[in-house]
Design a binder for this molecule. Structure first.
Ligand SMILES: Nc1ncnc2c1ncn2[C@@H]1O[C@H](COP(=O)(O)OP(=O)(O)O)[C@@H](O)[C@H]1O
Ligand SMILES: [Mg+2]
Length: 322
């Protein structure tokens, strides 16, 4: 009984973030445009609120992460934004130079190697090198840099993420032993360690996209050894709008009421899709959290804070049945 209670407690948003606050590396993923960067920022705030020194590292090209957190732009140098929270953009050229310096243990050597035009052209031809440098830099900041307790990796979308996180395994399997394979081996060990690394998957409230998210979760475990801590279903529309009366189309306010009715219908569809997906799982799995759709967007810290308070937990089929 007490086990069940503890298990359930961990499945609330507070429980999920308490748990993630004990991790060193948190990977956020899902399809493009579903709210990965927003969820990475929320997770960053939640962990910083728990006294952690957190870096949200994004491979995204837009500056939204910075704007949402009140900074002007996103730079390749970590920028503190509030409390213990900092943000940074991971770009392949900067990561290759910086992470290369760490592997080669000399920035002079790294500049000589990586800034050499012929060498860099050759390097670009090595498949996976860009991705290895991105994940290597984030991994270094998480596990060896010492400046942060947790690094949140807002990495590429679904398929590309598996490829990116899979590069260390590929290096371990294919390259002759040397500095690079030693790094890759350590990375693999850290990713596979469920007490240190966890994934947070983000999807929209539609059944098939959520099913694809399950597949991503399985693939992350199988291909890179990373366990999923929680799934965040983002952007639920309100369904609990009181029953809307139907008015004569010419009556004042009829258009507004029609719009409200349409909104509630979408919200009810989201609830149905979510319930169908939840019931499709006979076995317990990662915690499921939801976030409401904000009709006025998520453009600043106030909006982010409000959204953080809007996390809700969904009871899974297995829990509801016991
Ligand atoms: N819960 C939400 N309510 C309203 N707008 C949202 C919500 N989540 C994300 N958005 C908006 O959707 C867009 C994509 O979000 P973003 O986090 O950048 O997605 P991704 O990183 O997956 O591409 C942004 O304009 C963001 O403001
Ligand atoms: Mg993004």
């Amino acid at each position: 009984m007490s086990d069940g209670a503890a298990g359930h407690a961990e499945r609330t948003a507070v429980g999920v973030f308490d748990e993630l606050a004990r991790r060193t590396f948190v990977v956020v993923s899902g399809k493009g445009g579903v709210g990965r960067t927003t969820v990475a920022a929320l997770c960053g705030l939640a962990l910083a609120d728990r006294g952690r020194r957190v870096l949200v590292a994004t491979t995204g090209h837009d500056d939204r992460l910075a704007w949402m957190l009140g900074a002007d732009s996103l730079s390749e140098v970590p920028t503190p934004v509030e409390g213990g929270l900092s943000i940074v953009r991971l770009s392949a050229p900067a990561c290759i130079r910086e992470y290369g310096a760490l592997v080669l243990r000399s920035s002079r050597l790294s500049t000589a190697v990586f800034d050499n035009r012929i060498v860099s052209r050759l390097m670009r031809a090595i498949p996976g090198l860009d991705d290895f440098s991105l994940v290597g830099k984030a991994w270094h900041d998480a596990f060896r840099g010492g400046d942060y307790d947790t690094v949140i990796f807002d990495g590429p979308a679904t398929g590309h993420l598996l490829y990116t996180l899979g590069v260390p395994r590929a290096i371990r399997q294919t390259i002759a032993p040397g500095p690079l394979t030693r790094e890759a081996e350590l990375m693999c060990q850290h990713f596979e360690d469920r007490t240190r690394t966890a994934a947070l998957l983000v999807g929209l409230p539609e059944r098939w996209p959520l099913t694809e998210l399950d597949e991503l979760g399985v693939a992350l475990g199988d291909q890179v050894g990373i366990g999923v801590a929680a799934v965040v279903v983002n952007g639920l529309w309100p369904s609990d709008v009181a029953r809307v009366p139907t008015l004569d189309p010419d009556a004042p306010g009829a258009a507004v009421l029609e719009a409200v009715a349409g909104l509630a219908a979408t919200g009810r569809r989201h609830d149905r899709e979510l319930a169908a997906w939840v019931q499709g799982h006979a076995t317990p799995r990662a915690a499921t959290l939801t976030l409401p759709w904000r009709f006025d967007g998520v453009e600043d810290r106030r909006a982010l804070r409000e959204l953080l308070a809007g996390f809700a937990a969904v009871r899974t089929y297995a829990e509801a049945g016991t």
